[in-house]
Every structure is written in C-alpha cells, then in structure tokens.
Design a protein around this ligand. Sequence first.
Ligand code: ADP
Length: 163
Amino acid sequence: MKTALFPGSFDPVTNGHIDVIQRACLLFDKIIVTVAINSDKHTLFDIEERKELLSEVCKDIPKVKVASFEGLLIDAMKTFKTVAVIRGLRAISDFEYEFQMAMMNRTLCQDCETVFLMPAPEYSFLSSRMIKEIAMFNGDISHFVPPVVAKALKGKNLGTNLC
Ligand code: ADP
C-alpha cells in the first residue's frame, strides 16, 4: 500500500489541483491531501472551509483523504505514513522554489521523495491567487474551479478580503 501526501494551501482548491490529484491516483494507492496550517499566511478561506471544499470536490475519488497539518512536512509524512510528497509543477517559475523545498526535505529526512506532476496544459497557468483576483472583478471562473468553489467565492467579500 503506497500512500502519498499532497500538501498545499488550497485557498481555494482549483481544477489544477484536482488534475494533479487525479494523476497522483494513477500512481499511488492512497492520497492524503493536507491543508497546511500556517498562521503567518493570511488566507481567504479558513482551514475548515478549505478542508470542506476539498472534501466536497474529492468525494467521488475513493483514494483521497483530506486532512490538515501544522509543522514540518517530514513530520506530516511520518504521521500519515506516506512514501512520497506530491507537488504540482506548472511553469519553470514553480521549479526553483519546489526544487529547493524537495532538496531541503530530503536533507532533513533521506526517505523523503518528492514526485512532481504537470497538469493538463489548460491548467498550467492557473493559481488560487489568480482565481481570487478574477472573482473579485466578477469574472467568469467556471472553467477553472468546481461549481461549489465558485459558489463559495461568491459568498466572500473579495473586495476587502483578497489575499
Ligand atoms: P502552496 O502554498 O503550498 O504552493 P498551493 O495550494 O498554491 O499551495 O499549491 C499546492 C500545490 O499544487 C503546489 O505544488 C502547486 O505547485 C500545485 N498547483 C497549484 N496550482 C496548480 C495548477 N494549476 N496545476 C498544477 N499544480 C498546481
């Protein structure tokens, strides 16, 4: 049984994240999607809202379990007994930070492998931040997020809350 950890802010989950989750399901027996609890990072959706949205959009993907964690990724890997970390790679701009993080995690724990997955091209320019910006100006985000996420974004006062 090989379990992988897919950590992130997911503020909110987008179709790009879902694409990566589906690809990871083809490689692993179980995926723990973990919402990072980071008190320094101001988010639009609180931790419970982000977990609820993820649970809702992943409810038909049996291999996925949604959780949260605070602290070092390598500790979360031990807690959830995972063999690898999944991260999405969009453009080259993602690479430098992701490479640093993967190498640092491997230095802290030599068993920590990171698997990078590229999304379908239509999601390769998509970020949670961009979705929030488009939603703030009432743009059409229906191609980029599941309906439940679009609805949740409408319920937020994005003019004052955008982060
Ligand atoms: P973080 O703050 O940890 O980067 P995000 O929620 O922004 O959290 O992203 C979580 C993971 O999903 C990261 O590996 C990120 O590169 C990846 N990701 C985000 N958006 C996309 C996308 N459109 N396509 C593929 N991977 C993505």
